[in-house]
Design a protein around this ligand. Structure first.
Ligand code: 5RP
Ligand code: MG
Length: 212
């Protein structure tokens, strides 16, 4: 089970400082969508150069031009790129082909997918490596969590890995660990914490404890 830190609403300097403190605890550094909008692929390049021991996920939430956009992320040093599961199968196939070409991984973000089980089976056939259950920030504001979706997907997915994101925090982590997702994604629960590095360490310790 891996811990992914989503760097969303944080400056480049603060992100680099945080990663410096938590590189032993986090497995994947996510260049979050707003961070990517602010700094572009330079963010991926800087984290790749500064932290060669960390895997990098580029949360491009690709919706079109899948092959081209995925290649931009992989060439910059990303190990994973996200494509929206709601998009056209051809876009997903093109992202998966780019990932294969670079020896990297495709993550399908299930945000706003209604037919979770059916779509997850199709995504596995399309060659997606990771299926990410995701309750977006705006849905979280309406009181939603990804827990029920995770439970549903756990029983449907056969060969892909499962990631989960959407307002997960230290005090809600246990409920998610129960369903053994391969990747736990935490953004605001770390970045908005009083002590982001300390919070990352506690999350990682809980995840490692669970693995034993
Ligand atoms: C929003 C995202 C976030 O990175 C993801 O939701 C994780 O952040 P948080 O833990 O704050 O929900 O992709 O679209
Ligand atoms: Mg994200």
């Amino acid at each position: 089970m891996k811990l992914q830190i989503a760097l969303d609403d944080i400056s480049m300097e603060a992100a680099m400082e945080l990663l410096g403190k938590v590189k032993e605890y986090a497995d994947i550094a996510e260049v979050g969508t707003p961070f990517l909008m602010e700094y572009g692929m330079e963010a991926v390049r800087r984290i790749h150069a500064g932290f060669p021991g960390l895997s990098i996920l580029c949360d491009g939430k690709i919706m079109d031009a899948g092959g081209y956009e995925a290649e931009l992320a992989f060439r910059a040093g990303a190990d994973y790129v996200t494509v929206l599961a709601v998009t056209d199968d051809r876009t997903i196939l093109d992202v998966a082909a780019a990932a294969k070409k670079y020896g990297k991984k495709t993550v399908a973000d299930m945000i706003c997918v209604e037919n979770l089980k059916e779509r997850s089976r199709q995504l596995e056939e399309l060659g997606v490596d990771v299926i990410a259950v995701h309750t977006g920030v705006d849905q979280q504001a309406a009181g939603r969590t990804p827990l029920q979706d995770l439970k549903e997907l756990r029983s449907a997915v056969t060969c892909a890995q499962i990631a989960v994101a959407g307002g997960i925090r230290l005090d809600t982590l246990d409920a998610y660990l129960e369903y053994e997702p391969e990747i736990i994604i935490v953004g605001g629960g770390i970045v908005h914490a009083e002590d982001p590095a300390g919070e990352t360490k506690k999350l990682a310790e809980k995840i490692r404890e669970r693995k034993r």
